[in-house]
Design a protein around this ligand. Sequence first.
Ligand code: SAH
Ligand code: SF4
Ligand code: F3S
Length: 523
Amino acid sequence: MNEQQRKDMSQIRQVNPEEATSDKNNLNRLKEKSSEDFMKYFETTYQPPNMRDAQRRKKKETDVHYDFTIPEDMDQSGKGKKYMIRTYGCQMNEHDTEVMAGIFEEMGYESTSDTKEADIILLNTCAIRENAENKVFGEIGHLKPLKMENPNLIIGVCGCMSQEESVVNRILKKHPFIDLIFGTHNIHRLPQLVKEAMFGKEMVIDVWSKEGDIIENLPRSRKGKIKAWVNIMYGCDKFCTYCIVPYTRGKERSRLPADIIQEVRHLAAQGYKEVTLLGQNVNAYGKDLDLEYGLGDLMDELRSIDIPRVRFTTSHPRDFDDRLIEVLSKGGNMLDHIHLPVQSGNTDVLKIMGRKYSREEYLELVKRIRKSMPDATLTTDIIVGFPNETEEQFQDTLSLVEEVGFEAAYTFIYSPRENTPAAKMKDNVSMEEKKDRLQRLNKLVNEQSAEAMKQYEGEIVHVLVEGESKNNEEVLAGYTKRNKLVNFRAPRSSIGQIVPVKITKAKTWSLDGEMVEASVEVK
Ligand code: SAH
Ligand code: SF4
Ligand code: F3S
């Protein structure tokens, strides 16, 4: 660790999840008569979402609600109207969009992908890196003329960016034509919020910087009929020093096993072929429940459900236990693909990132996984250019990528996020250097991916057929158990089925093949 890094380390304020919470900043709506009153209100009374409150963790118990209903006065209020939701960010956000779509449809709205046709447009935003936020502000700018043309159009901003104080302030000051801002804890209030936005004169703001509850019986309008997402937990308590998610998503809270199992059973009965269990840190599943029940136990129960594929994301190496490895190695609908974000291959950098494992511990875990699941495919996430990362430390990341043999990786340049501990660190690595490191890392990852793909040439794999390929409607596409994208010719009747495909050509990120009638040996 160099001197600057040691200094940064000593200044990281460890978050104490037990700290008292002050829930006083329940932001409700701003509804004033004139813009002068509004500015007065804004300066004196208005309380933005508060990152300090958002990092507090006090409540041990999570409130679970099973009583969601559309208020009577909003029931069918969307008849003859259309909604559009634009989604940014991770699967969690994609799935939240399915929930909001479900609520809109219960209110009688129909979906549209044409902004000109929409009566209400929501941007479901992501705050993970600066460029994610820039995209959203760009889109807000594009929507302004639409609002000018059609003042009855409701435009809303929701998702992770809404949980940030600076974002809410910027929208208030620079984009006052936005009608509605609400956060990740308030999705179930969508009907009431739409009503307030429709009938009120000022911007409606509903953002709670709180730990979060669980609302069980929300409707969902799922995007597909083949693959489905299932939340198993919400929030994150890891507080990696660079990351904004624990502030935008609240505390770690697990759904009860029975609720998850019932949802998966229901999906299986509807004919879904694959579920992906969702959480920011799924390996911590169950730790907040008084049940002695973890992700391994949950997966073991899901093994007996008649659904061909069960995936989960995202794993945190720290909480990945042997019970889970044991269950995954039983095969069946448990898949041998594990996405295991490492972030860096250097122990000192991992320490300053607050990841709570060392390079050696990560490699040891990989060894344990490989021992029980020799064919497992491992993929990862990596951040380059963390503040003061040295060339040697970056070399450790390259060597770890080689040593583990990752077959794919999402790679990012570190992006400072407001109010996180890392954002306060002085940084001596230039952007030019960071970009160069990203390029060198991507080159290695691409080589490894291509090499892994090559091994499939001539093999027969089982592909869950999802539909037409992106670039050619005569070609179908789907994924193997190990998450390899395959493009191949087959009758359209195979969509939604798992079919054997012989691989004819390997590319860097995908495989080409032909469907075969019967499989002999399948990879
Ligand atoms: N919960 C998951 C990650 C969610 S965010 C986990 O812990 O693995 C997805 C990825 O975005 C992270 O794995 C990390 O690689 C990247 N990321 C998060 N914050 C970032 C930041 N401030 N700058 C750059 N990349 C970041
Ligand atoms: Fe962010 Fe993932 Fe770390 Fe949680 S575990 S703080 S979501 S990187
Ligand atoms: Fe982005 Fe929020 Fe997901 S910040 S990555 S949408 S949890």
